[in-house]
Design a protein around this ligand. Structure first.
Ligand code: ZN
Ligand code: FE
Ligand code: FE
Ligand code: ZN
Length: 279
């Protein structure tokens, strides 16, 4: 086993962050919160944010998210940890499914807590959990262009909903590698015009590298369109276990620099600041 400090080398010293950590409350992650933080300290991150899955409002599946009654416990647990840890800042985030028709209910529940940031995500399209390996058969016989257009329509609606600060893994629809033959540049562009108008950030997530698609979310072409629009970016691993914290960050930083990003976005009580990227 290579020494963990070598994973980020000097990059960690300049203070990178991981804004997408899960906890066992979602039913498909492992490890105590303290272990995630210990890993962050070990590799030299300056800040982490927990962003576990918000209770799903349209279905009850304990293998996908915490129950609604658990949300206050999650908030309390992360907040207490943030107070007690030194050497790395801990932020309170949450990853919320954008479910058309549930906007008001979602807003009410979110308003009861003080989050540092709220990430919006689309994992369901018209009831289909398209990123869930259990339902991958749903791609069969689909018009992929129509599917991608629908995905970016719904994610654009999420951007315009006023519920979120950041959009998680923005091109998640590519997860299993089913891509339209057609050029999708204008789907990206019109979606990102909505993101820019709404003033949201998008997440650069290394999780995609470990999925069938084998590519960071979002891809380079997409990220260039973000850069052209001055859309801020956050950085995350979507860790579902402590050893995944900060995974593949070298690749993420190289991608960000290649497309011209010099800083990443940070959040505190839903106000955005920024951090310079290491060289
Ligand atoms: Zn998850
Ligand atoms: Fe997600
Ligand atoms: Fe996640
Ligand atoms: Zn996620």
């Amino acid at each position: 086993m290579s020494p963990p400090s070598g994973i980020l080398g000097n990059m960690g010293k300049s203070g990178l962050v991981d804004y997408h950590l899960h906890t066992p409350r979602c039913g498909h992650a492992v490890g105590d919160l303290e272990e995630y933080v210990a890993r962050a300290l070990q590799i030299g991150l300056s800040e982490v944010g927990f962003s576990d899955h918000f209770p799903l409002l349209h279905l009850r599946d304990p293998s996908l998210s915490m129950a609604l009654e658990e949300l206050p416990e999650y908030v309390g647990e992360v907040s207490r940890l943030a107070e007690s840890v030194s050497g790395v800042r801990v932020r309170l985030g949450i990853e919320v499914d954008y479910l058309p028709g549930y906007e008001e209910r979602t807003a009410e529940i979110l308003a009861a807590h003080t989050f540092d940031y709220v990430m919006g995500a689309v994992h369901f399209l018209d009831g289909w959990g398209f990123d869930d390996p259990r339902y991958v058969d749903g791609y069969r016989g689909r018009d992929l262009y129509e599917l991608w257009a629908r995905y970016f329509q719904v994610l654009g609606d999420a951007a315009g909903s006023g519920l979120f600060d950041v959009l998680a893994h923005p091109d998640l629809i590519k997860k299993f590698g089913f891509r339209p033959r057609e050029d999708v540049t204008h789907l990206y562009a019109s979606f990102l015009d909505r993101v820019a108008a709404a003033g949201l950030a998008v997440e650069v997530s290394t999780a995609g590298l470990s999925k069938p698609v084998g590519e960071i979310y979002p891809g380079e072409d997409f990220l260039r369109l973000c850069r052209e629009r001055d859309i801020p970016v956050t950085l995350g691993s979507d860790a579902h276990s402590p050893r995944e914290v900060g995974r593949d960050y070298r690749a993420a930083v190289a991608l960000l620099r290649r497309v011209g990003y010099r800083e990443i976005a940070l959040f505190e009580r839903r106000r955005r600041t920024s951090l310079s990227l290491p060289d």
